[in-house]
Design a protein around this ligand. Structure first.
Ligand code: ZN
Length: 500
């Protein structure tokens, strides 16, 4: 057997081990009784320890170096070359981090999560600040181990969005900000839109049934996936033939379960769409978190909050909840589900203001990592940026700088991927329509296969063959840019708010 084949076989074993861990993680969030927490934590720790040891073992290194020698000289577009590029990158990243640092982060984040929950309950940043101080210090060490050319944030960002630099994000956000701020201002001056109708009584069984009907139509394959309830909505997968999504319900807030279900379905369609010939190889996977989010946002917002979509589904929704929406026409419903309202909480933000929440975090994180912003000054800096960007001031830390879980997990550099994905969703959709002009007509008829097929071919099946910047360039013929997103927002929301 060649070194290459032996390496792939070994990585497949690690992959199956990680899948077993993912099953345990999914069960933890969906079905495990609370009494199982201790043993489950031990099981998961053992699995990740074995997987990490196998990944960085001398044998893996030997096979990788042997495989690289075997294929030297082949075309760089050859699948073996592309595979080894992924493996080399993952190996170097894992090997660069000393086990002691990984263990320190794991300990500090386990305690950090509890501390964050407590501080948020008390709405008191000072209770969380010492933890943040330590996690920032550990994150700086991670950045230095991984390597950078002077900006530690580059190394942190690269963990989530391979190849993307802080300057790239700053450029895209810089293009986006003025347009967003102007649109928010125009919407604020327009007559308000009410979303009260979405707060009527919608029983949970009805919401579940309607959501399931919708995602079947979108293309979620229930023979290769399932949907369960969980406290936090998420998507996880154990290979492309077993993809799980979760949903949470609020009887008096229709968008939570419905739009959350469509969002997670967007993630699931990506996972179900990897190329079958890549199964259990390093090529089967998402190229980045930003690309993953582009798929969820595209289906949730560009499709699921469109007028065409509701023209198709609104009669079904009315029939699902007899008497509840009889007095509401489709146009009123469409405007309600697209209401824009600058608000304090990121996860509840509408399409127009969402990226402003991310820009704030991106700027805060850079200043925290560089040390320009002292941890004690975070609440004041946060509130000032909220006033600048959204015109509102958080009344307390819980609704301000303590709202997100990410920092307690030392996930500095993660936030930008949400906005990058959002921007990409519009750029990709624009390209899809340019290449297949029938797509809008099909969507208006409730046919989603044409769009899904295009995404399968361009985004899903390439898997991890290309880094995100390469994939955007291959698909769109240009780098990630924000004008498609701004154009989309302006056309849509100037119509929703009847701004001339
Ligand atoms: Zn998502």
């Amino acid at each position: 057997m060649s070194n290459y084949d032996a390496l792939i076989a070994r990585l497949a074993e690690i992959n199956y081990l990680a899948q077993a861990g993912a099953v345990l993680g999914w069960d933890h969030q969906c079905y495990m009784p609370s009494g199982g927490a201790q043993a489950r934590a031990e099981s998961l720790a053992v699995i990740s320890k074995i997987a990490h040891e196998m990944s960085v073992a001398d044998e893996t290194k030997r096979l990788l170096e042997g495989a690289e020698a075997e294929i030297s000289g082949v075309d760089l577009d050859d699948d073996r070359a592309l595979t080894l590029r992924v493996v080399r990158r993952n190996y170097d990243k894992a090997a660069k981090l000393p086990t002691s640092l990984v263990a320190a982060i794991s300990r500090e984040t386990a305690i950090g999560h509890e501390t964050w929950v407590h501080a948020r309950e008390k709405s008191d940043w000072s209770l969380f600040a010492p933890t943040v101080e330590r996690l920032l210090d550990l994150s700086r060490q991670v950045a230095d181990c991984l390597g950078h050319t002077g900006n530690r944030y580059d190394a942190l960002l690269d963990q989530y969005e391979p190849g993307m630099k802080t300057a790239d994000v700053a450029r895209v956000f810089g293009e986006l900000r003025p347009g967003l701020v102007a649109l928010v201002k125009d919407i604020a001056a327009a007559p308000p839109v009410s979303d009260d109708i979405l707060r009527r009584d919608f029983d949970e069984a009805g919401q579940l049934a309607f959501g399931e009907k919708v995602i079947r139509r979108l293309g979620f394959d229930f023979t290769r996936g399932r949907q369960d309830r969980a406290v936090h909505p998420f998507c996880t997968s154990f290979g492309r033939n077993d993809v799980r999504i979760t949903t949470r319900f609020d009887k008096n807030w229709l968008p939570m379960a419905l739009m959350g279900t469509i969002h997670e379905t967007g993630h699931a369609l990506y996972e179900q769409g990897f190329d079958p010939k890549d199964d259990a190889t390093p090529l089967s996977g998402a190229t980045s978190l930003g690309f993953h989010e582009s798929q969820s946002r595209l289906w949730e917002n560009i499709v699921g909050r469109s007028r065409a979509f509701w023209n198709v589904f609104y009669p079904d929704l009315q029939a699902q909840f007899p008497g509840t929406l009889d007095d509401v026409d489709v146009d009123t419903f469409y405007r309600a589900i697209n209401r824009v309202d600058p608000s304090l909480i990121r996860v509840e933000a509408d399409e127009v203001t969402y990226c402003l929440h991310i820009m704030l975090r991106f700027e805060m994180e850079q200043a925290m990592i560089s040390g320009d912003l002292a941890v004690a000054d975070v609440p004041a800096a946060w509130n000032e940026k909220m006033r600048d960007y959204l015109g509102i001031t958080p009344p307390n830390d819980a609704e301000g700088c303590l709202q997100d879980v990410h920092w307690s997990g030392a996930s500095f550099g993660y936030f930008p991927t949400y906005a990058i994905g959002t921007i990409l969703s519009a750029q990709l959709f624009e390209k899809a329509v340019a290449e297949k002009p029938a797509i809008p007509v099909e969507l208006a008829a409730g046919e989603f296969a044409g769009l899904l097929d295009w995404l399968r071919e361009k985004v899903h099946r390439p898997g991890q063959r290309y880094q995100p910047a390469e994939l955007v360039q291959r698909i769109c013929g240009e780098p990630a840019q924000s004008h498609s997103y701004l154009k989309y927002l302006n056309e849509k929301f100037r119509d929703v708010y009847q701004i001339s």
